[in-house]
Design a protein around this ligand. Structure first.
Ligand code: UDP
Length: 248
């Protein structure tokens, strides 16, 4: 069977996508914060069929010592895809793809983490992809953001991530696997709570006006994600009684 994008039907007669979503709708997201007792902070997140686990360690003394920075903490981010997470077994160990994702994801967090408070320290963020269905780097960033909060690391605000793309000539939010594979463009984005973009990548082709439309739509997607992240934090910290809502 040909995998040409022209052969793929992305929308039904009602304009809904192959998984029943509207073009501006993200996949359902489920979050559990604080799932690992050995990590300082952790988060398990499902987004559609993606399943990711984030663990944060630190701030702790950075090793090897030559990696230490006198006036601030360093952030390290490791994105890893389990070999059983994809249809064809993923080769274990680092790859060009995972190194690139780790680098851009670290950079997505650097503007929000108050690294100045921890000279010579390291903050380690590990994300394991347990099941992949397109959008794993954005799912990983959303989980890592909450794991940082769970670790008590001071941040200027949450980072929320979402992808936008073009499939069948239309701009759609949060691409699923067939849309990612056979669509015309895919742009993962990460954004701070105050609307600053900390990650933009693009695979494929968009005209300048399509790019503008995509950026507008994806910011709405990131806001939807932010609301879900905040609800998960409220559930964790209010339900656990670790957060006192009353003001004296
Ligand atoms: N994928 C795969 N094997 C790989 C890498 C990726 O099957 O070695 C699949 C996986 O479902 C992933 C999707 O392709 O989610 C899209 O990958 P991409 O590189 O676009 O990153 P993502 O969208 O997951 O951030």
């Amino acid at each position: 069977m040909s995998s040409n994008q022209n052969d793929v039907v992305f929308f039904d007669e009602n304009g809904l996508r192959t998984d029943g979503r509207r073009p501006d709708e993200i996949r359902p997201m489920k979050i559990k914060i604080g799932v690992l007792s050995r990590a300082n902070g952790s988060c398990y997140l499902e987004w559609g069929a993606n399943k990711v686990l984030a663990a944060v360690y630190g701030p702790r003394e950075a090793h090897p010592k030559r990696t230490q920075r006198a006036g601030q903490a360093i952030i390290r981010y490791r994105y890893n895809m389990q070999s059983f997470s994809v249809e064809d077994r993923a080769r274990p160990g680092p790859s060009r793809r995972s190194s690139e994702i780790s680098k851009v994801s670290r950079e997505a967090f650097e503007p929000v983490v108050l690294t100045d408070a921890y000279p010579k320290a390291a903050i380690d963020i590990f994300v394991e992809v347990l099941q992949a269905d397109a959008g794993t780097r954005t799912a990983a960033i959303n989980a890592a953001s909450l794991a940082l909060v769970d670790a008590g690391i001071p941040i200027r605000g949450l980072v929320s991530a979402c992808a936008v793309g073009k499939v069948g000539g239309k701009i759609v939010l949060d691409l699923n696997k067939p849309e990612d594979n056979y669509g015309e463009a895919d742009l993962p984005i990460a954004m701070t709570e105050d609307g600053k973009i900390t990650l933009v990548q693009m695979d494929g082709h968009l005209t300048p006006s399509e790019f503008e439309e995509a950026m507008e739509l994806v910011q709405k997607g990131c806001r939807q994600v932010l609301e879900i992240q905040k609800a998960a934090l409220m559930e964790k910290f209010v339900a656990d009684g670790n957060f006192d809502e009353t003001v004296e």
